[in-house]
Design a protein around this ligand. Structure first.
Ligand code: ADP
Ligand code: ASP
Ligand code: MG
Length: 443
């Protein structure tokens, strides 16, 4: 009524995502169903994005590769999306058996519209008409993660490995959810992978900027595209365990207009307390290509990286050696995802004479370590400490690159685990007790 304060009854909308390790068997499905029902009983509308059970996606991939070494991308997406269809239906059944209305939807039924890039499609629009209808009718909505639909080809797509995270974030943005909870098999985001660094410490809150760097450098607890999407659409994430009720990690954008709760003074204090280093991640999925004997004249680097760009491979680190005065030639090394490595090698080999380099070397036994922290902007001496700790441990550094809030180094693949632990300790990140990993195979 105009002029009168209204007592608005605000029903929260919560998006919850459950990863494969949380729904690895019938018992897991029932456990997760119970948790969803509890959220519903507390008076919230609930939309769930669910991953395929356990290692289903990897098993389906293995199967496809047993049938043919290079599976057709369209058919591979058809195959892989079956995984999420199984878990969504089982989860809806389990919830219904507990006396609550639930309805499952495939990605295309949920209005998850993507581009046509099979295997790594990007979400271009979300039209959750059917989800809203189901919510209005009081149902709990279950959506198959990781999948979408392209309007032009009318085909089913997948969003890239780990893509159920993106599904959840996109749903949270489209439905204007109050929070997006990512349930997994560890208690939140840690200062390093707790499976590799037992003394990794749970982080209470982390900026989306730092989380992006960690995710981009191998911390698979969140899929990088999901973090990007959340940052762009101001979705706050809560990463937590589906095996207990502990508070997890809040991933937030400090620049967003709607900030995390608390008074301005409290937020200021929190900001001051933010540690200099957020965490350290490792990635074993890249390979190093060295182009040997490149003529040291203007335009050669441009020519080489134009060839690489045509393959659509993502180049990460680049190092150019000092050229030798005697030969007037230099070597250029760079890293690319291993999956793209052979394509890049073929493309370069094909243009060898034109580009004028002498030979190519391929090395897939490298590991990349990345130290991440917004505090690097204002603290000097971080690189000295990083390189010092690695040298004390006898670990050789092969390449270095930096961004404003990250330092990355390439080492031999078999030293990267040691490197992680050493650096974690050197930067004072070690916890007193070992972290608990509740489930999953880490595959
Ligand atoms: P889900 O099946 O729930 O999607 P994932 O296996 O994709 O789970 O991600 C959770 C795993 O991510 C953890 O079990 C852990 O081994 C790994 N991980 C890597 N880096 C980190 C990190 N910094 N913090 C927490 N977990 C991490
Ligand atoms: N099931 C898919 C995968 O294993 C998507 C996901 O779990 O996020 O990559
Ligand atoms: Mg995941």
């Amino acid at each position: 009524m105009p002029g009168f304060p209204t007592l608005e009854c605000h029903v929260s909308l919560i998006v919850q995502k459950f990863g494969g390790s949380s729904v690895s068997d019938a018992e897991g499905i029932r456990r997760v169903a119970k948790r969803i029902v509890e959220t519903r009983k507390a008076g919230n509308d609930v939309v769930v994005a669910v991953s395929a059970m356990g290692d289903t996606t990897d098993e389906l991939l293995d199967l496809a590769h047993e049938v043919t070494p290079i599976p057709a991308p369209r058919e591979l997406d058809m195959l892989l999306t079956a995984g999420e269809r199984i878990s969504m239906a089982l989860l809806a059944m389990a919830i219904k058996s507990m006396g609550h209305d639930a309805r499952s939807f495939t990605g295309s039924q949920a209005g998850m519209i993507t581009d046509a890039q099979h295997g790594s499609a990007r979400i271009v629009d979300v039209t959750p008409v059917r989800l809203r209808e189901a919510l209005d009718e009081g149902a709990i909505v279950i959506v198959a993660g990781f999948q979408g639909f392209n309007r032009d080809t009318k085909d089913i797509t997948t969003l890239g490995r780990g893509g159920s995270d993106t599904t959840a974030v996109a749903l949270a943005a489209a439905l204007d959810a109050d929070i997006c909870e990512i349930y997994t098999d560890v208690d939140g985001v840690f200062t390093s992978d707790p499976r590799v660094v037992p003394l990794a410490r749970k982080i209470d809150r982390i900026t989306s900027e730092e989380m992006l760097e960690l995710a981009a450098n191998g911390a698979k607890v969140l899929y990088i595209r999901a973090v990007e999407y959340a940052r762009r659409h101001n979705v706050t994430l809560h990463v937590r365990s589906s095996f207990n009720n502990n508070e997890g990690t809040i991933v937030y954008n400090p620049d967003a207009p709607i900030r995390l709760g608390g008074s301005a003074a409290e937020r200021e204090e929190n900001a001051v307390e933010d540690p200099m280093i957020a965490g350290v991640a490792a990635d074993l999925s890249e390979a190093k290509i060295t182009v040997v004997g490149v003529p040291d004249i203007p335009g050669k680097a441009a020519q080489i990286f134009k060839i690489v760009a045509k393959t659509n491979a993502n180049v990460d680190m680049i190092v150019q050696n000092v050229s030798s005065a005697a030969t007037g030639r230099t070597d250029i090394s760079f890293t690319v995802p291993m999956n793209d490595g052979h394509r890049v090698m073929q493309a370069l080999e094909a243009e060898k004479d034109d580009a004028g380099f002498q030979s190519l070397q391929y090395d897939d036994q490298i590991g990349k370590l990345a130290l991440v922290g917004a505090g690097m902007r204002t603290n000097s001496g971080v690189s000295a400490k990083l390189f010092g700790s690695l040298s004390d441990a006898g670990i050789n550094i092969e390449m270095i690159s930096t961004s404003e809030i990250r330092i990355s180094v390439v080492t031999r693949a078999d030293s990267v685990t040691d490197a992680l632990r050493v650096v974690h300790t050197a930067f004072g990140l070690d916890a007193e007790d070992e972290a608990i990993v509740h489930a999953g195979t880490g595959r």
